[in-house]
Design a protein around this ligand. Structure first.
Ligand code: PLP
Length: 462
């Protein structure tokens, strides 16, 4: 299978049976084939080499492609023990080692790890255990979850319900009860004339008001990403994230840091909610970079305080009845442990801390372009928001597909970026160097300029 050329017609016919995740029916062209990849570059089947500006398209690939050490680790684990159940009393060395690794690199009070297979499952696990925790502590009515409008938390029924992007849910049923939406702290779109600090105050007031309206006795937790990734690289005003967690704590509301994107080095730390944003989450969820996209794996980390309750059987002979066949999968956990080892041994976090600010500064130079309204984010996660008018901040109408146009022009210039509506998302593998940063930013500048020229030409002829 690997590397063997496939006849494009055969492939198209075979792929006709494949329901793509997030299939985009507006794209009429045949499926794109990514044939192979190495380092930070992908190669398409039509022979093009492109710098990956988005970590495998979805911020998963951190250590680059084709890492032989990781491949060898997976192969060796497959030969040794590819699978045995971790239900009940069984374990295997990879899950034991990785859970200890995660407890070591996480905030010191988070020492209990449940494994899953992706970010949605990690968040689903967080909420199910929080509900269980409330039941076990005699508070069955305390089940509500506060989540941001515009946030993405997953695609299972529960996590799609937590997700605050309405367009993502069109036509699907979601759970409405017990989910309380508050606006995301979008500093760029704060009221005119207010400082980021005043904006932070007003957003904390909104959170407090939402809690008071619903009643803290009916709210179990708040879930929030430190930087809201898919939702548009929404970077909170200074102090907001910490204060949101502290506000929740004051009302006896648990705080879940969704670090599916921000975790594992993207912002220069294994986990950012405490190290970068000063919050003390009760639960952290992670996936994606946990295995650098080499194999599916996620983890949900719980505090000692929560484990004290979760670890008491709910009835004589009771079990903690949540988990999946592949929870703690030996091959996935062996890869995860190898990723932790590489990050530490090769000082990947130090590299991100050194090159991340350079990427930020270079991207900031795009702010001078006439259709760039905002450049935001940190280290290896950024968004470039494109607007019709910088004064009014009016976004481009969806029918212009501005993000897709920019992505197309970037690709022509040798770079893959991810369009999210009118925002271009950048989350490259963490291994890129300064010259690759320059190439990426130059390509993006050229792409945005070409898009603006294209729109101006269409206006003058239309
Ligand atoms: N949480 C966040 C912040 C995400 O960005 C994503 C996916 O992009 C998820 C959760 C869901 O992860 P998965 O697609 O692995 O289920």
């Amino acid at each position: 299978m690997t590397g063997s050329p496939v006849d494009p017609d055969d492939l198209r016919e075979q792929d006709g049976h494949h329901i793509h995740p997030w299939r985009d029916f507006s794209v009429a062209e045949p499926p794109e084939v990514v044939a192979r990849a190495e380092g930070p570059y992908i190669h398409t089947a039509d022979g093009r080499r492109l710098l990956d500006g988005n970590g495998g398209g979805l911020s998963a690939v951190t250590l680059g492609y084709g890492n032989a050490e990781i491949a060898d680790t997976a192969a060796e684990q497959i030969r040794t023990l590819q699978f045995y159940s971790h239900f009940g009393q069984f374990t295997a060395p990879p899950a034991a080692r990785l859970s200890a690794d995660l407890a070591r690199v996480a905030p010191s009070h988070l020492n209990h790890v449940h494994f899953g297979t992706g970010g949605s499952i990690a968040n689903e696990t967080a909420i199910r255990f929080i509900h269980y925790y409330m039941n076990q502590t005699g508070r069955p009515g305390k089940k509500g979850i506060i989540a941001f409008a515009g946030a993405y938390h997953g695609s299972t029924l529960l996590t799609a319900s937590l997700t605050g992007i309405d367009f993502f849910k069109l036509g699907f049923d979601v759970l409405g009860e017990n989910i309380h939406r508050i606006p995301a702290p979008n500093t760029y779109r704060r009221p005119a004339g207010t400082t980021p600090e005043e904006f932070a105050d007003s957003q904390i007031d909104l959170l407090r008001a939402a809690i008071e309206t619903v009643g803290p006795e009916r709210i179990a937790a708040m879930i929030a990403e430190p930087i809201m990734a898919v939702g548009g690289a929404i970077t909170p005003p200074p102090g907001y994230y910490r204060r949101a967690q502290e506000t929740c704590a004051a009302y006896d509301i648990l705080f879940v840091a969704d670090e599916v994107v921000t975790g594992f080095g993207r912002l220069g730390e294994f986990f950012t909610s405490e190290a970068v944003f000063g919050a003390r989450p009760d639960v952290i969820t992670c996936a994606k970079g946990l295995t650098s996209g080499y194999i599916p794996l996620s983890a949900t980390l719980f505090s000692d305080e929560m484990w004290e309750v979760l670890s008491v059987p709910q009835a004589p002979g009771g079990m903690l009845t949540h988990g999946f066949t592949y929870s703690g999968h030996p091959v996935a956990c062996a890869v995860g442990a190898k990723v932790v080892e590489i990050i530490e041994r090769d000082d990947i976090l130090g590299h991100v801390r050194a090159v991340g600010p350079y990427l930020h500064d270079q991207l900031m130079t795009l702010a001078e372009l006439p259709i760039v309204g905002d450049v935001r984010g940190s280290h290896f996660y950024h968004g470039v928001e494109l607007v019709v008018d910088k004064e009014t901040k009016e976004p481009f109408p969806p029918e212009l597909a501005i993000g897709k146009r920019v992505a197309h022009h970037a690709r022509e210039r040798g770079v893959m970026i991810r369009p999210m509506g009118h925002i271009a998302i950048l989350s490259p593998p963490l291994i890129i160097d300064r010259s690759q940063v320059d190439f990426l930013v130059d390509a993006l500048r050229g792409a945005i300029t070409a898009t603006a020229d294209e729109l101006a030409a269409a206006r003058s002829t239309g």
